[in-house]
Write a protein that binds this ligand. Structure first.
Ligand SMILES: [Zn+2]
Length: 159
């Protein structure tokens, strides 16, 4: 049995919660699944906006997705499996292999958001790398990144 509190996740914050109670932005462990050889897959919610209250535009969403993808490849290559948009347009699903430490994940996320503020372009925004390469806007993504960073101290409080 994994000790999720030891990894820095608040008791009661893990798993599926009533979306009406969720605050944002937050970083929340959705699940941790151990395989028979001891490897663990962690699924983490990077919630950006409050559910049923506010949504990212498809352009904001798309550019942030690309920037997060580049960032997790940069900082967590050995653990990073994927980052994918939530269909409700309020956040992203992050999937990691053998890295479930809340502070470490938040530290990398913070680095990535700071990198977004300093970025000169949206990565992989070319027709050969993207399925809708015209639908990007770095400035909009930077506004969102700045907002998420402003609440850094409360990312692990999810309700
Ligand atoms: Zn794309």
């Amino acid at each position: 049995m994994l000790d999720l509190e030891k990894l820095g996740w608040e008791a009661g914050s893990v798993g599926e919660l009533d979306h009406r109670l969720l605050t944002a932005p937050h970083v929340k462990l959705r699940s941790a699944i151990a395989g028979e050889h001891g490897d663990v897959v962690y699924s983490v919610d990077l919630r950006i906006t409050r559910p049923n209250t506010e949504y990212l535009s498809t352009t904001e969403f798309h550019s942030i997705e690309h920037l997060l993808l580049a960032g997790f490849r940069k900082y967590m290559l050995d653990h990073f499996i994927s980052v994918a948009p939530m269909g409700c347009q309020t956040g992203f699903y992050l999937v990691l292999l053998n890295e479930g430490d809340a502070q470490r994940i938040c530290g990398v996320y913070e680095n990535i958001l700071n990198d977004i503020l300093a970025a000169g372009e949206v990565p992989y925004a070319r027709a050969q790398d993207c399925g809708n390469y015209r639908n990007h806007d770095l400035a909009l993504a930077q506004v969102v990144a700045r907002r998420v960073l402003a609440d850094r101290s409360s990312w692990l409080q999810v309700v």
